[in-house]
Design a protein around this ligand. Structure first.
Ligand code: GLA
Length: 393
């Protein structure tokens, strides 16, 4: 009870002082890598060596050059108990040099370091959660040099999350060290039938999960983007605040490269965090080419931070559009059907006048397609996307 009253008081104080969340970081969607999608809770593999190898791979395979920077632990890095002083600690056999040494190594490569914890008594995987230790755990993040905190919500009541996420946001801010704050509150709220106060969430979190965990299937990620559209989540995004449709599955083997290319295109239109979830030490050149496509990433990272939306849905044929800096627009022609189809984007669907002439550039092929007035049409293969940039003259 006392725990709850304290939380409520802290939350109230914070609301009085909070505006839009701006801790100086994640002004564009965060880019990085996280262990969960490929390695899950496989404790045989989740060792400090694994994370160091991922960091080394990212630093030299071209990913760092195009903007990837975070190396993030997910669940199952912890020892099963806290130390004698109540502090969280990594599993000592798998992380013998401790978290600070790992963070130092990641930083030495010019990258940043992220961590996973949970608001409840336990993490989703059954490791010690942060409940009852929020301030102490944030002090550990500070001591270790953490740059990104994913705070999950297993084993917590949704009705307590307003207070808990507020408190953690405040604690992180008070450290003076900019740490990206990734919240899971909307996921738990939405899936348990609560209303999510998105505007408020955006005032305390840099990014927030809102739907089921992604899996490496076409059905999984298309359902997530349909939820984002249904709930009109684009209005809550902006520099420092991002809807998180979950991490990337590109390169994990469950989909075709055409489907992975479509996924990456939509994540870019949605201004979604680009957190790779494959084995960076061992990927095909096609996987690397998708993850590092410079002109698609430029859409994702556009400085205006306006999240795009689906502007046309004709059964299984869709047009998605995102306004970019310099009065330009990213447009994706998306074929969710089973045959190759022609898809047309009318300028009026995208937000331009019909009489405008625009230069059209293919962002995957990285080639100029010429000038078009009023509309652009392309043939799109099944489950594929043609993604272009319109530059009105
Ligand atoms: C939840 C999260 C996932 C992952 C797992 C770890 O399901 O949504 O992203 O962090 O927990 O247990």
């Amino acid at each position: 009870m006392q725990h709850r009253i304290t939380l409520a008081l802290v939350a109230l104080l914070f609301v009085w002082t909070a505006g839009a969340y701006n801790n100086g970081v994640a002004r564009t969607p965060p880019m990085g890598w996280n262990s969960w999608n490929h390695f899950g809770c496989n404790t045989e593999l989740l060792t400090e060596d694994l994370f160091m190898e991922m960091a080394a791979a990212m630093a030299k395979n071209g990913m760092k050059d195009v903007g990837y920077e975070y190396i993030n632990l997910d669940d199952c890095w912890l020892a099963k108990t806290r130390d004698a002083n109540g502090r969280i600690q990594p599993d000592p056999t798998r992380f013998p040099h401790g978290i600070q040494a790992l963070a130092d190594y990641v930083h030495s490569l010019g990258l940043k370091f992220g961590i996973y914890e949970d608001t409840g008594r336990l993490t989703c995987g059954g490791y010690p959660g942060s409940q009852g230790y929020y301030a102490l755990d944030v002090s550990s993040y500070l001591e270790w040099g953490v740059d990104y905190v994913k705070l999950d919500g297993c084993y917590s009541n949704v009705s307590d999350m307003h207070a808990i996420y507020t408190l953690n946001s405040q604690l992180l801010n008070q450290t003076g060290r900019p740490m990206v704050f990734s919240c899971s509150w909307p996921t738990y709220a939405n899936l348990q039938g609560y209303e999510t106060p998105y505007t408020y969430v955006a005032s305390i979190c840099n990014l927030w999960r809102e739907w089921y965990d992604v899996r490496d299937t076409w059905e999984s990620w298309t359902a997530i983007i349909d939820y984002q559209e249904y709930a009109n989540l684009n209005q809550y995004a902006g520099p420092g605040n991002w809807n998180d449709p979950d991490m990337l599955e590109i390169g994990n083997g469950g989909q075709t490269n055409i489907e992975y290319q479509s996924l990456f295109s939509i994540w870019s239109i949605l201004a979604a965090p680009l957190i790779a979830g494959n084995d960076l030490r061992n990927m095909t050149s096609e996987t690397l080419a998708i993850l590092t496509a410079p002109e698609v990433i430029a859409v994702n990272q556009d400085a205006l931070g306006i999240q795009g939306t689906r502007v046309v849905k004709m059964d299984y044929l869709e047009v998605w559009a995102r306004e970019l800096s310099g009065n330009t627009f990213a447009v994706a022609l998306f074929n969710r059907g089973n045959e190759t189809e022609s898809i047309t984007a009318n300028w009026t669907d995208v937000g331009l006048e019909a009489n405008v002439t625009a230069d059209v550039r293919d962002l995957w092929a990285r080639s100029d397609l010429g000038s078009f007035t009023g509309s652009f049409t392309a043939k799109v293969v099944s489950h594929g996307i043609v993604m272009v940039k319109l530059s009105p003259k």
